[in-house]
Write a protein that binds this ligand. Structure first.
Ligand code: NAG
Ligand code: NAG
Length: 645
């Protein structure tokens, strides 16, 4: 679609050129006839760094008051893209402290930037930076006649565009897919395609006018929104709310989607007011689509810029209507997009009991990122997952191939989520299509069976095998038992921080074959299992359970599920009842697997309740392998049916 529109633009330009060359109209007449698109120059905050804006060339409006040492500027004349755009504009003399429009053009990174004092701004030195920019004041002109990307900063008039550059420009600056629009076709002359802010100004009107986002938005009235909503907030709306409140029954929430949800929204300066507004609309759509309530989903919002701040927690607004009203009132923080810091904050502070975390509902954090984060997310996300938070990433208008070099942490979204199969990460091409993500996202969030991201059945247990090495087993069968132990172990994700495996062999006596800390890879575990030597002797199962509790499970980590898998082929010589009770009491989930002469009643005593779920009887050793999937299945079913956080 975008390509079609662009191709059309290219041919319109070409036609226009042909007309010029053939001289059907004089240039003067032509200029009169061209209806130029009306642009609104986006305003940025003083702290926006050039590096956060992707365009090679752009026009922005700086506010007053950017002549402040806190807006760091690096270099002189040519500035590192790490500098404040508006600060650099003042330093270079293009603007004064009262603000105004400027044209910014990106240039190559330099091997050094020299600081200097100029026009009331002290710029700093910097050894080397990947990208630079220069500022010029031809903003007004350039803004009326937008430059063609790839050319110099000089404003380009339709007259100067050659057929070749026009085509080139349209080919090399293919933008993100454009929303359907009729308005762009009406404007002749080169379009500032590929320019984010212009794109917004040109196209947002039609997108909004389509009715999805705001009924109040009319073309040309964009700037009226914010004041409008403020007026509403301060005015008659609360009364209206009051009158409807008593009529509506309060919802308990959708019981099929019982999750504790945190949305981390991007409030960085570079996102801009309009896209921030779209983001809020997205949250409101989510709040509307979810039936929020104490028996269903609860939702809080954290906004991040340089630092994160909770807008409201899980217990602040417990129905969809209140939540939507609260979302409407969120104001943008500004700053960078430090998503990593925000994730750490959510792990440490947001999901606390005091903030309304229910414990029996999965914790879900949805991180929305405009472009890419300005800090690293991998480690923060890992901590979050290890403390039981399922992280979803929604990246909107992510880095293009060319921009990937600027991304702090390549592949950040894959590093943040626990599965790279796409379930936990959504990539949205344009802010204007974000609303299409509401349903797919909610489908995943509410699919609580699949929310096993942080702790899964496979990565969260300490599994202790207790293996009967009595004489009745025999050497051959003992090898089969070890195979069984190996086959079960293989299914788990094994590492120091994931599942760990230990083993005890017993007869009358007991010995520790290896503990949880002895091996940390799957290969090492499988080797260690192979090396277990058959002992041969009596069968004191009760004593073996006690021994396993002391020697294995005492060293289990508090955040691990403790699983004991006991395999025996006969009745115990000692009493299993008390040791089993102690095991259950200590939270060790015990599976009893009896082969051949094992006593079923004893298995049921050993097994955790319900016994039919935790005990298995196998008539002969050769059939043991058939129970591997069954044992695994029961372990995972139980895991998935329990609260995880
Ligand atoms: C990104 O991460 C995924 C999973 O971690 C990996 O399979 C892929 O190769 C990585 N891509 C790059 C470009 O590093
Ligand atoms: C273990 O797995 C191997 C390979 O899948 C299989 O051949 C063998 O029968 C299994 N043995 C047991 C006891 O599970």
């Amino acid at each position: 679609m975008g390509i079609v529109v662009l191709t059309m633009k290219a041919s319109v330009i070409e036609m226009f050129l042909v007309l010029l060359v053939t001289g059907i109209h004089s240039n003067k007449d032509m200029n009169k006839k061209i209806k130029r698109p009306k642009f609104t120059v986006p305003q940025i905050n003083c702290d926006v760094k050039a590096g956060k804006i992707i365009n090679p060339e752009f026009v922005v409006k700086c506010p007053a008051g950017c002549q402040d040492p806190k807006y760091h500027v690096y270099g002189t004349d040519i500035y590192a893209s790490y500098s404040s755009v508006c600060g650099a504009a003042i330093h270079s003399g293009v603007l004064d402290n009262s603000g105004g429009k400027i044209l910014v053009r990106k240039v190559a990174g330099q091997s050094g930037y020299k600081g200097s004092y100029s026009n009331g701004v002290q710029s700093l030195s910097l050894p080397r930076w990947r990208e630079s920019f220069v500022v010029s004041g031809e903003a007004t002109k350039a803004y009326q006649k937008p430059p063609v990307p790839g050319t110099t900063a000089q404003p380009v008039t339709p007259m100067q565009v050659t057929g070749a550059t026009a085509t080139e420009a349209t080919a090399t600056s293919l933008p993100k897919p454009s929303p359907s629009t009729g308005s762009t076709t009406s404007s002749l002359g080169p379009q500032p395609v590929g320019h984010r802010s212009w794109e917004l100004d040109l196209w947002s009107t039609s997108s909004y006018a389509s009715g999805h986002h705001s009924p109040r938005a009319n073309p040309g009235e964009m700037d009226l929104w914010q004041p409008g909503s403020v007026l509403l907030d301060a005015g008659f709306v609360p009364k209206e709310e009051l009158s409807t409140q008593s009529l509506e029954p309060v919802s308990q929430g959708d019981p099929n989607c019982k999750v504790d949800l945190s949305f981390l929204i991007d409030g960085s300066s570079s996102i801009g007011k309009r896209r921030f507004r779209i983001q809020k609309q997205f949250l409101a759509d989510v709040a509307q689509a979810l039936d929020i309530g104490p028996g269903g989903p609860l939702m809080g919002v954290v906004q991040y810029g340089d630092n994160p701040a909770a807008q409201f927690n899980l217990r602040t607004h417990v129905n969809s209507r209140d939540l939507k009203a609260a979302i409407e009132k969120i104001t943008q923080r500004g700053g960078l997009s430090n998503a990593g810091r925000a994730i750490s904050y959510v792990t440490k502070n947001f999901f606390s009991k005091a903030n309304g975390n229910r414990g029996a509902a999965p914790n879900v954090a949805v991180v929305i990122v405009d472009g890419w984060p300005t800090d690293k997310v991998e480690e923060a996300s890992r901590f979050a997952r290890e403390s039981g938070i399922n992280i979803f990433f929604i990246t909107v208008e992510g880095a293009t191939e060319n921009e990937k070099q600027y991304v702090t942490e390549p592949n950040f979204s894959n590093k943040a989520v626990c599965r790279t199969n796409g379930f936990y990460s959504l990539n949205v091409q344009s802010w204007f299509s974000l609303h299409k993500t509401v349903q797919p996202l909610l489908k995943r969030i509410c699919d609580t069976d699949r929310l096993a991201c942080s702790k899964t059945c496979w990565n969260s247990a300490d599994i202790g095998f207790v293996i009967d090495g009595s004489s009745s087993v025999g050497t051959g069968n003992f090898r089969t038992v070890l195979q069984f132990v190996a086959n079960i172990s293989k299914e788990f994700e094994i590492s120091e921080t994931d599942t760990r495996i230990g083993a005890v062999q017993y007869t009358y006596e007991q010995r520790l074959e290896f503990g949880f800390e002895d091996h940390s890879t799957k290969a090492d575990i499988l080797n260690a299992i192979k090396r277990v030597g058959y002992w041969s002797g009596g069968t004191s199962t009760g004593a073996a359970i006690n021994y396993a509790l002391e020697q294995l499970f005492k060293k289990s980590k508090p955040n691990k599920r403790k699983l004991m898998i006991l395999i025996t082929d006969g009745r115990s010589y000692d009493d299993v009842r008390i040791p089993s009770m102690v095991a259950h009491h200590k939270g060790v989930i015990t599976y009893a697997i009896g082969v051949a002469w094992a006593a079923q009643d004893e298995l049921e005593v050993i097994a955790t309740h319900p016994a039919n779920h935790h005990s298995f009887f196998v008539d002969e050793f050769d059939n043991l392998h058939k129970f591997v999937p069954k044992v695994i299945q029961n372990i995972c079913t139980e895991f998935n049916s329990q609260p995880r956080n």
